[in-house]
Design a protein around this ligand. Structure first.
Ligand code: AMP
Ligand code: AMP
Length: 317
């Protein structure tokens, strides 16, 4: 597994501060209004975080293979020019962040955003998450990684990119709470991933061992594949003609959520942030709508019915 230097956080901060000061990136969060919303479900309290950002300065709507910002990332946005076991990645700041220091792991060569995460991509993702965790005593921030895979996952760029963003202070995603209830997942032991019984939508969570050990890429890959099997089974049973899911992870767990639609009733794009319970609303009407509807119903609409308790049989992937 590749590793990052001890001062990674200061390199990240410095690159961000400089790019911001020189106008190489557009920070959209200054006028953001955040609201934590609590929802009671069967006696348990769940939190989502709604962000109202009326003046979202526009990033390119949809990238394409020809108009691809990650083919040659801007040097001013580049945090690490070469990263990975074979120097196959770059770490690049998001040019249009809503949360400071939002950045991405991008492949140097073009790879499709519709492909699953490979062992080296998982290894690199967790190496970044661990470096951020080690730096927590400095910035006290909780980070997560996400990957929007497939046409209905909320991705806008076709070149493979895994993103890293901080969670709002005091926000605990439902997946983190669920992960606290269970020992770590052991792939290939006929063990089912976790699904919160209070939630109506399909989501598959695997708790990771505290110490991934020397075979960490293998453990991460076997775990990812176990979750992907469940997501693919859900998509096949719904006769989907696409493979779309969100991958979210911290150092403690990973989650896959299969997706039926990239947007909530064509009103608002929902990507992995939404799946985590973080909703970016571009006007007050949407903000009120998301608040009234609730995260649980929205996630059910953009995903599929929960399969909790169904187990796996020989008809499943
Ligand atoms: P997604 O929309 O999840 O596919 O993520 C792609 C991200 O790339 C978006 O969050 C954009 O803000 C960001 N982005 C677009 N153009 C650039 C660029 N030239 N350099 C860096 N990030 C970019
Ligand atoms: P969008 O135009 O909704 O795809 O997202 C604009 C930018 O904000 C992109 O860089 C997204 O990755 C990022 N983003 C999306 N949802 C959130 C959220 N809930 N909080 C912070 N940033 C977000």
């Amino acid at each position: 597994m590749p590793s990052l230097t001890q001062d990674f956080l200061s390199t990240l901060r410095d690159t961000y501060d400089k790019a911001l000061a020189l106008g190489n990136l557009v920070f959209n969060g200054d006028n953001a209004v955040n609201e934590m919303v609590s929802t009671e479900i069967n006696g348990s309290t769940y939190t989502s975080c709604l962000t109202l950002l009326a003046s979202l300065e526009h990033r390119p709507e949809k990238g394409s293979v020809d108009k691809n910002p990650f083919a040659k990332p801007e040097p001013e946005l580049t945090i690490e020019d070469s990263f990975g076991e074979h120097d196959e990645f770059k770490l690049v700041l998001n040019k249009f962040p809503v949360v400071p220091q939002h950045f991405m792991l991008v492949t140097k060569e073009f790879k499709s955003q519709n492909t699953p995460l490979s062992p080296n991509e998982l290894g690199a993702t967790f190496a970044v998450l661990r470096a951020l965790e080690r730096a927590k005593k400095e910035d006290n921030k909780d980070w997560f990684a996400f990957y929007n895979c497939g046409p209905q996952s909320g991705a806008s760029q076709p070149h493979k990119h895994i993103q890293f963003m901080t969670l709002p202070a005091g926000f605990e995603p439902f997946a983190s709470r669920l992960a606290r209830t269970s020992p770590h997942f052991i792939p290939n032991q006929h063990q089912e991933p976790l699904q919160d019984l209070n939630l109506s939508f399909a989501h598959f969570v695997a708790v990771l061992p505290d110490d991934l050990g020397d075979d960490s890429e293998e453990v991460l890959t076997l775990t990812f594949v176990s979750l992907l099997q469940r997501a693919l089974t859900v998509l096949r049973e719904a006769h989907c003609d696409h493979i779309s899911y969100n991958f979210c992870a911290t150092t403690k767990w990973m989650m896959l959520m299969p997706r039926s639609s990239g947007s909530y009733e064509d009103k608002m794009g929902v990507n992995s942030c939404g799946v985590m319970g973080l909703f970016l609303c571009k006007n007050k009407e949407l903000f009120d709508l998301v608040k009234d509807t609730g995260f649980e119903k929205i996630e059910r609409l953009v995903g599929f019915a929960s399969t909790a308790g169904q187990g796996s049989d020989e008809y499943h992937y």
